[in-house]
Design a protein around this ligand. Sequence first.
Ligand code: NAD
Length: 483
Amino acid sequence: MSTPHLNFINGEWLAGNTLAPNLNPSNLADVIGEYAQGDAAQLDLAVRAAETAFPAWSTGGIQARSDALDKIGSEILARREELGTLLSREEGKTRAEGIGEATRAGQIFKFFAGECLRLAGEAIPSVRPGIGVEVTREPIGVVGLITPWNFPIAIPAWKIAPALAFGNCVVLKPADLVPGSAWALAEIISRSGIPAGVFNLVMGRGSVIGDALVKHPGIAAISFTGSVGVGRRIAEACVQGHKKVQLEMGGKNPQVILDDANLQQAVELSVQSAFFSTGQRCTASSRLIVTEGIHDAFVEGVKARLAGLKIGDALTAGTDIGPVVSQAQLEQDLSYVEIARSQGATVQAGGQRVACHTGSGAEGFFMAPALITDSTPEQRINREEVFGPVASVIRVKNYEEALAVANNTEFGLSAGIATQSLKHATHFKRHAQAGMVMVNLPTAGVDYHVPFGGRKGSSYGPREQGRYAQEFYTTVKTAYTLA
Ligand code: NAD
């Protein structure tokens, strides 16, 4: 049996109560490793260590912070192929996608290595003579970070890097389904020169570690990415505990295709954002809203493109779409295809479990991407997040109806439009009720140096990433001085 992967608390590797296996969704016989499962007492140890480390870390100088973040970023980038391979093995996105995600994690650490040197304040004249006013930003304390399974290294990175850059201490609770990438990142951080207690990793169940983290009085703020149901409960607990909170949750992202779109481009960007990474992206397009004149050609184009895709082992060269992450997620994806059918929609392609088309042919959670047509905005398939390779087409008359349907959702993360019309693109950018808007680009796929986040039921609190990350990870102080 391989060496177990332990929790990292106060600069030491500590065993949890039990161990849980990390399984490869492309090959159910492949156990990636055994990972510690902590309990509430261990979580308490981590929070106390972080509280103890906070005074020195938060005032200790930005050069040391910048150097540590830069070193972490450099190691991730140097090891991107190895880390990307591990990520694909545990999560199921293709190896190319896994390496892309690991690269992004490295770039994020490099970006925040610079950001900690740029935390500017303001000097403002007072309305009272002889007094100066300064507005500065200070760290908030110990932050609890709770992350989902679909971006096992990038999401921990885009929370850890700004938290540390701006002088906070961290307790990370990664998704229990994919602890491998977060553990590898913690191991890199453990050798970066960051003092004991500043960064802590506690793996384990959401209902145990996540719940204890959210309720711990030593935690000043929680940054959460995951499902709507868990996010809402976390928000309530944070309000009760007087904690700052940031939530990034689900999506039901619309991709509008107008008659004047470049057909080939519209097909490609829709297939890319709906089905690549197995559709397991919060920014994936799951509602394809298509005007009448291009509808049939678009559907035929998507079907033809899907027929050529290879579904198989995430680590095999030539695989286009890897497996669904778990048995439970696969069952959810398949059940939504049935729900769509039962409510009157047509399954044009895919929607069933399939054997591996590439690699060893091992047993895994493979599913043929499902294209659903004849769906209406009120059907469950167009209202609830599936979070798999399932997309439904809604036929509309014109741009005005397309925009109304796009906004007819409780979510608001990303929205896309494919059109040659500057007028419609400009109008859509202004009126799409989403945090991110894409013109002739997939709804999924964003830069690491600009804000990321949504509106309505998708997000709550300040934006993540880019220089906007400082809104959440700092608190403002106003100081008055009599000259
Ligand atoms: P999830 O809500 O089941 O779990 C997310 C994290 O919360 C995990 O670490 C889990 O262990 C933890 N958790 C579970 N119960 C908890 C509790 N009671 N208290 C505290 N923590 C708890 O989500 P998931 O299945 O891992 O991820 C999929 C979801 O994440 C989808 O809805 C997707 O849209 C969303 N997501 C959103 C974004 C975004 O930026 N908007 C990005 C990626 C994923």
